[in-house]
Ligand binder design. Structure first.
Ligand code: PHE
Length: 452
């Protein structure tokens, strides 16, 4: 099953660079913005439990499957399935779906990245200090109301993503991840310590970790499953693409566990911090997408050195968002450069432009287009829900089936390596990919979609 290397392909400089890039892709707005807000909307405890179970039972096996497919094929998200199976195989479908997901996700992701930039600017200008909690709560609303402001920050964010991806793997993505991810971890730890002294800390823990099954509907369960894909960057080939820059003998299992653990930890820490503020200042846990933007500035204005913490925090979140966004665009660019032999610069610019255009519809969803709805969902809501609750789970399910049934025991054994328990691990991985993961996703999809 060993495939020859494409001589022109770049590779990660070392193991750490790869782990940081994979973590950079996984850790992003999904952890700090989205996880707390959907947890709040879905009532806490049980939602978190399902999310955690999914990461362990479904997420990690699919994570391994994607890395393996990328590493062995040394190809982009579409061709990798052909290299592993045969030219023209119908298994390219998850590849195409992945490309579609990348376009759609990045289009609204960049808009939210823009909100973070706006908050970074306001922090720098010290615009939160001296304002009441009510006034701080209204800040995001004023950004929502302004199409010009939204489009400006969306453009800036997308521009940054394009300029990093254009420079290629080693000079762009790798360098930035190495510096910024560790800084984010340190700052979150600092905020966690501060949250410990808030009166709402205990209730935050209870909200996040005490089961409360009655609060959760089937659509909420689907959202928990979908988010476990979103947060690990699974189901759309980001990890196939990053895995394809690995040397062929690099070990995968440790990497997958490290990244999944790190990603989960960061989401939980962000959740604890944000809900400590929610319960200390009597805010609405179910506020939705505005949650992070309303709670954290309130905390910052009450901390010594709050100005600097606020500036550093939004800066680091924008970088976390950027490293994830980069991995989304990289999926598209690698495909066009490799399969259609287009130049990296041109492809990146064109794809970035198309995604920016698509994102305009999301940016205007809070103002000019707020009345244009399908059911009760604006364009923004629709793209967000459709990708994480449908495209990613379906893509992940197909990738899992491909790994389990088409690649089979040989692939599982290759991933499990030669350790003492390798045989058991391989069996576990293969059956998880063949049955457990696809079945779990299928059941949740059928029930969740009926309830959508
Ligand atoms: N995992 C990223 C986050 O949590 C989002 C993402 C999804 C990135 C899919 C790449 C692919 O923010």
């Amino acid at each position: 099953m060993d495939m020859p290397h494409t001589p022109t392909r770049s590779h990660w400089s070392n193991r750490l660079a790869f782990i940081l890039a994979a973590a950079g892709s996984a850790v992003g707005l999904g952890n700090i913005w989205k996880f707390p807000y959907i947890t709040g909307v879905n009532g806490g405890g049980t939602f978190v439990l399902i999310y955690l179970m999914c990461i362990a039972a479904v997420g990690v096996p699919i994570f391994l499957a994607e890395l393996f497919i990328g590493q062995r094929s040394q190809r982009n998200v579409v061709e990798s399935f052909e290299v592993m199976d045969r030219p023209g195989t119908p298994w390219r479908l998850p590849g195409w779906l992945g490309l579609a997901s990348a376009f759609l996700i990045l289009s609204f992701y960049s808009v939210v990245g823009g909100w973070v930039l706006d908050f970074e600017y306001r922090s720098l200008m010290n615009q939160f200090a001296g304002h009441s909690d009510e006034e701080i709560k209204a800040v995001l609303g004023s950004l929502f109301a302004s199409p010009g402001r939204q489009l400006f920050w969306h453009a800036l964010f997308m521009g940054a993503v394009v300029s990093i991806v254009m420079r290629g793997l080693n000079a762009g993505i790798e360098r930035w991840n190495k510096i910024l991810m560790p800084a984010l971890f340190v700052l979150l730890a600092l905020l966690l310590v501060r949250a410990l002294f808030l009166p709402g800390f205990g209730r935050a823990l209870e909200f996040l970790f005490a089961p409360n099954a009655e609060a959760l509907k089937p659509a909420g369960i689907l959202e928990a499953v979908g988010h476990s894909f979103f947060t690990l960057s699974l189901g759309m080939g980001a990890l196939i693409t990053y895995g394809s820059y690995l040397q062929s003998r690099e070990e995968l299992v440790r990497t997958a566990f490290t990244v999944a653990l790190l990603d989960t930890l960061i989401a939980l820490v962000a959740g604890v911090i944000i809900f400590s503020v929610v319960f200390s200042f009597d805010l609405d846990a179910g506020a939705g997408p505005t949650l992070m933007f309303q709670t954290l500035p309130m905390l910052f204005t009450k901390m010594t050195g709050g100005y600097f913490i606020s500036v550093a925090f939004f800066l680091l979140v924008s970088f976390a968002a950027l490293t994830s966004a980069v991995s989304l665009l990289e999926v598209i660019v690698t495909y066009w450069v490799e399969t259609h032999r287009k130049s990296r610069t041109v492809t990146t610019l064109v794809a970035g432009g198309v995604i920016y255009g698509l994102g305009i519809l999301s940016a205007l969803s809070t103002n000019l287009l707020s009345g244009v709805k399908l059911g009760d969902k604006t364009f923004f809501d629709l793209v967000d829900k459709l990708t994480s609750s449908v495209f990613l789970p379906v893509g992940g399910m197909l990738i899992s089936l491909f790994f389990g049934w088409v690649l089979g025991p040989k692939a599982a054994e290759a991933v499990a390596g030669k350790g003492k328990y390798a045989h058991v691990a391989a069996l576990g991985l293969m059956w998880s990919a063949r049955l457990v993961a696809p079945l779990a996703v299928a059941v949740v999809l059928v029930h969740g979609l009926r309830d959508w």
